[in-house]
Ligand binder design. Structure first.
Ligand SMILES: *Cc1c(COP(=O)(O)O)cnc(C)c1O
Length: 470
C-alpha cells in the first residue's frame, strides 16, 4: 500500500467508524448468526496474489460485521461495559499509526513519561493517596498475575524465580467466593495450585469476605505449616458486585504481613465520584490495586491500571535485569516492561490523556452517576412488578433479578429461557449468573452512550418477553 492509498483508506476507515457509531443503535445488540456461519465465508487458504483493498474492505462489511456483537451499542447491558469513547478511538488510531514498542524509557521516552503522569492523574482522580505508583497493563488478568507473582516471591524471599517451587513451603492465598476467574488462573499460572487458593465464605448484602473466617484460616494454615503469602480482595465482583470490607481485610493483611491485592476492575472507575469511595474504604492501605479504564471509564480496550505501593518488590519479581533495581525511578528513568509479564508494550497512556482532557473528570462523573441512578430506578420498577423479584440490590449500576416461572415450570430453566429469548430479540443484551446456586439475570447500566430512554426501553422489553414466555 503506498502513501496515497494509505491516506485514502485511512479516511475511509475513519468515516466508516463515525457512520458505525451513528447507526449502531439500530442494529440488534447481539448478532443473529449460527455457529460456524462466519467461518464458512472465509477462504480456506491465504491468497497467493495481492487482492484489491476495495474487495477486502467490502468483505469486512459483508462477512465480518454481521457477526459482531455491538459492545458500543447503547442498549448493551450484559457483562460489564467495554467502553471506547470516540476520543479514545482517535488516540488509538494515532498510537497504531506511530506503532512504537514502549518497553523501555529509551524506546519511547514520551510514552513512558506520559504513562507515569497518567497513573498519577488517575491516582488523584480516584482519591488514592500519594505514594502509589503504577503501570498500565493490558488487562486486569495480567495485573492480578503480576500481583500474585509478587506475593509468591515476597513470601519466598525471591527464591521462587530462582529455584522454582518444589522444595518450598506450600504457599496459601486467600480470597472470597466472589472473585473473578482471573484470580484462579493467576494462581495456576504462578504454580501455587488451585488447592492453595483458600476461599473464604462471604457475609452480608455485599457478600464480603468474613474477616473472622479469614483470620481463622490464616492461623490454621500457619499451624499446619503452610506459608500464607497474600490476599486478593474484590470491590465490585463480576457476578453480582460482591465487595469486601477492604479496611478489615487490610488490617488482617498487616497483622500477618501478607501482600494485599484489590481487584476493582469494573468498580474502580466509579471511584472518581467521592460519594462511591466508601465501597473501597481502606484501599489506600492495599499493596496493589487494579482497575480497568477499558471497562466503564471509556478508554478503549486494552487499558488496565495497576497501582502499587512498593514498586521495588513488584519490579524485583518481574524485572529481567536486576541491576536496574538500584536505579529504577530514581534517575528519572522507568522501564515499564520490568513491571509487566510481557516485554513488548503498546502506548496505552495516550488514550487516557485524550479521554480525561476531552471529557474532564466532571463529564465522566456525570456519566457514572447517571448510570447508577438509572440502574437503581430500573431495579425499583422491576421489583414492583408482581411476577419479578430482585435477587441482589444494585451495587453501583449492577443488580440481578428473576422472573417467576409458571406453574410446574423450573425457575432456573425459565430464566435461562428468558435471557436467551431477550438476546435473540436483539433490542437489548443481558447475561445471567448464579446466585446461591440459582439462576439470576444480571443487569448493568454502563455503556458510554446509553440514555435514560434506553434503560426505560429495557424495562419494556424484559417485561414483554417474560410475559410472552409464561
Ligand atoms: C472484567 C474483570 C476482570 C478481568 O478483566 P480483564 O481486563 O478482562 O482481564 C477481573 N476482575 C473483575 C472484577 C472484572 O470485572
Amino acid at each position: 500500500m503506498d502513501s496515497q492509498e494509505f491516506r485514502a483508506w485511512s479516511r475511509r476507515a475513519a468515516d466508516w467508524g463515525a457512520d458505525y457509531r451513528d447507526t449502531v443503535r439500530d442494529k440488534p445488540v447481539r448478532p443473529q448468526v449460527a455457529p460456524g456461519s462466519i467461518m464458512k465465508q472465509i477462504a480456506a487458504s491465504p491468497p497467493e496474489q495481492a487482492e484489491e483493498m476495495e474487495a477486502i474492505f467490502a468483505d469486512f462489511e459483508v462477512k465480518i460485521m454481521p457477526g459482531m456483537t455491538h459492545w458500543q451499542h447503547p442498549r448493551f447491558f450484559a457483562y460489564f461495559p467495554a467502553n471506547a469513547a470516540r476520543v479514545s478511538v482517535i488516540a488509538e488510531y494515532l498510537v497504531t499509526a506511530v506503532a512504537a514498542q514502549c518497553m523501555l524509557w529509551q524506546t519511547s521516552p514520551a510514552a513512558t513519561e506520559l504513562e507515569t503522569k497518567m497513573i498519577d492523574w488517575l491516582r488523584q482522580a480516584l482519591g488514592l493517596p500519594e505514594g502509589f505508583s503504577g503501570v498500565i497493563q493490558d488487562s486486569a488478568s495480567s495485573a492480578t498475575l503480576a500481583a500474585v507473582l509478587t506475593m509468591r516471591e515476597r513470601a519466598l524471599d525471591w527464591d521462587g524465580n530462582k529455584k522454582g517451587l518444589p522444595g518450598q513451603r506450600r504457599l496459601r492465598i486467600y480470597c472470597s467466593n466472589q472473585v473473578h476467574t482471573s484470580i484462579d488462573r493467576a494462581i495456576w499460572v504462578a504454580g501455587i495450585g488451585d488447592e492453595n487458593l483458600v476461599r473464604i465464605p462471604t457475609i452480608g448484602a455485599l457478600r464480603s469476605m468474613d474477616a473472622a473466617a479469614l483470620e481463622a484460616a490464616i492461623l490454621a494454615d500457619k499451624e499446619a505449616g503452610f506459608l500464607p503469602a497474600g490476599i486478593v480482595a474484590c470491590v465490585g465482583g463480576t457476578s453480582i458486585g460482591g465487595t469486601d470490607d477492604i479496611a478489615a481485610v487490610a488490617e488482617i493483611a498487616r497483622r500477618y504481613d501478607l501482600y494485599l491485592h484489590v481487584d476493582a476492575a469494573w468498580a474502580g472507575a466509579a471511584m472518581i465520584c467521592p460519594e462511591f469511595r466508601h465501597f473501597w474504604n481502606g484501599a489506600e492501605s492495599a499493596d496493589s490495586i487494579v482497575f480497568n479504564p477499558h471497562k466503564w471509564l471509556g478508554a478503549s480496550f486494552d487499558c488496565s491500571v495497576q497501582f502499587v505501593r512498593d514498586p521495588e518488590s513488584h519490579v524485583r519479581t518481574l524485572a529481567i535485569k536486576p541491576e536496574y533495581l538500584k536505579t529504577h525511578g530514581h534517575d528519572g528513568i522507568i522501564n515499564y516492561s520490568e513491571w509487566t509479564v510481557t516485554l513488548g508494550r503498546r502506548f496505552r497512556a495516550l488514550k487516557l490523556w485524550f479521554l480525561m482532557r476531552a471529557h474532564g473528570l466532571e463529564g465522566l462523573r456525570t456519566m457514572i452517576r447517571n448510570h447508577v441512578r438509572w440502574s437503581a430506578a430500573l431495579a425499583e420498577r422491576l421489583s414492583k412488578e408482581p411476577d419479578f423479584e430482585l435477587v441482589t440490590a444494585p451495587m453501583l449500576s449492577l443488580f440481578s433479578f428473576r422472573h417467576q416461572a409458571g406453574e410446574g415450570q423450573d425457575a432456573d430453566e425459565h430464566n435461562l429461557r428468558l435471557v436467551n429469548a431477550i438476546n435473540d430479540d436483539g433490542r437489548i443484551y443481558l447475561t445471567q449468573t448464579r446466585v446461591d446456586d440459582r439462576v439470576a439475570i444480571r443487569f448493568q447500566v454502563g455503556q458510554f452512550d446509553v440514555e435514560q430512554v434506553d434503560v426505560d426501553a429495557a424495562f419494556d422489553v424484559i417485561v414483554e418477553i417474560a410475559r410472552g414466555l409464561s
